[in-house]
Design a protein around this ligand. Structure first.
Ligand SMILES: [Mg+2]
Length: 365
């Protein structure tokens, strides 16, 4: 046994700041980044196994920056060399307080630890999380913009085979958002519609927006974070008044937040993005949602296929809990920048039958 455990000891941890240009700005309420400025993580074990992770700070959403993420991750990772990668709960307990203000950094490190552990065991990551339980079909995002942009984007997405469109709103006023949604329904009448305001409406704006959609006969599958994060009871009130399922995203930044919303009741769904709290706390959030009879969205920040392959593995194992799959940001990046990992065919997302995520970030290191 001693020899097995020696092989699992962490040899070294490396980080690489990367900048990946986007094919179009990822415009949401609060900002419109034109590149993903992320940090790749590489954990090597003593037996030569290598695992990868990605930290994707989204400054407009959480205030985290690439420089801050890199510095925090490098400092916290000093405790890792010589430790057993299978002791991930103990490692999480030490890393979490050190990275309290840098959840993306925690996430990148934890992804790399789990990926290394899975590869060490010769298991696809999805099998480490419990095995394949269901296929994934992702939505595709229509960033904030004008009605003509929305129409063009919806037409293209429908032609490419996406059954669900996630429309970013709250950036330029609810009236223009209603016009955009009408244009989208016109261009892709069969598409299921999710709206994500990223907290960009006041409560009253969200109400008039929903009332206008209702009058126009536009029915939403889900309304994500219509109002700012600090008043989750407003999410419940909107769901009760309009009967549209509401999803909490920015309102859930920890398992404790998830527990409060679950206990309050009346909010249908939680958006579980690993970048908001890391991998280990995401498992808790998923458990809270399942126990409360809620559903989940598995989403992300502006992440490459490295992190999204990780999230896809977790979501596949967690089906049917993750009803809403929002793993589309690699489609906003030049194709082929990440070797291995998830593949898209229309809106179907599949993972390779390879150990870990199957991603190869070695060329970046
Ligand atoms: Mg969201």
């Amino acid at each position: 046994m001693a020899a097995v455990r020696d092989g699992r000891l962490i040899e070294d941890v490396r980080f690489r700041a990367v900048e990946v240009p986007l094919l179009e700005p990822f415009a949401i309420a609060g900002g419109a980044p034109s590149a993903a400025r992320n940090v790749f993580v590489r954990v090597a074990l003593r037996d030569g196994t290598v695992g990868y992770g990605e930290a994707a700070p989204f400054e407009a959403v959480s205030g985290e920056t690439q420089a801050g993420t890199l510095a925090a991750a490098e400092a916290a990772a000093r405790l890792l060399p010589g430790r057993d990668v299978a002791q991930w709960r103990a490692l999480h307990a030490e890393l979490r307080p050190r990275l309290a203000g840098a959840p993306a950094a925690l996430c990148g490190i934890e992804q790399a630890l789990f990926d290394a552990l899975a590869r060490h065991a010769g298991l696809p990551l999805v099998d480490l999380f419990g095995g394949r339980a269901g296929p994934l079909r992702t939505d595709v995002t229509i960033p904030a913009g004008d009605a003509e942009h929305a129409r063009r984007s919806a037409r293209r997405a429908a032609a490419e085979g996406f059954a669900t469109l996630k429309v970013k709103t709250g950036a330029a006023g609810w009236e223009s958002d209603v016009a955009r949604l009408l244009a989208i329904r016109d261009a892709a009448p069969e598409a299921g519609l999710i709206v994500d305001a990223n907290g960009g409406y006041t409560f009253d704006e969200a109400r008039v927006f929903l009332a206008a959609l209702s009058r126009a006969g536009v029915r939403l599958k889900l309304f994500e974070q219509p109002v700012p994060a600090d008043r989750p009871e407003r999410l419940r009130d909107l769901e009760a008044e309009f009967g549209v399922p509401v999803c909490a995203d920015e309102s859930v930044r920890s398992p404790a937040d998830a527990l409060r919303i679950a206990a309050m009741g009346g909010v249908s769904a939680l958006n579980v993005k690993l970048m908001k709290f890391g991998v280990v706390d995401a498992l808790d959030v998923l458990a809270i949602a399942r126990s409360a009879g809620m559903t989940c969205m598995i989403g992300g920040m502006v992440e490459t296929a490295a992190s999204m392959s990780f999230s896809a593995a977790l979501a596949e194992a967690m089906q049917p809990l993750c009803v809403y799959v929002d793993l589309d940001t690699p489609l906003f990046m030049p194709p082929g920048i990440i070797a291995g990992g998830l593949r898209y065919s229309g809106d179907a997302v599949t993972l390779p039958p390879a150990p870990g995520t199957g991603v190869d970030l070695e060329p970046w290191f």
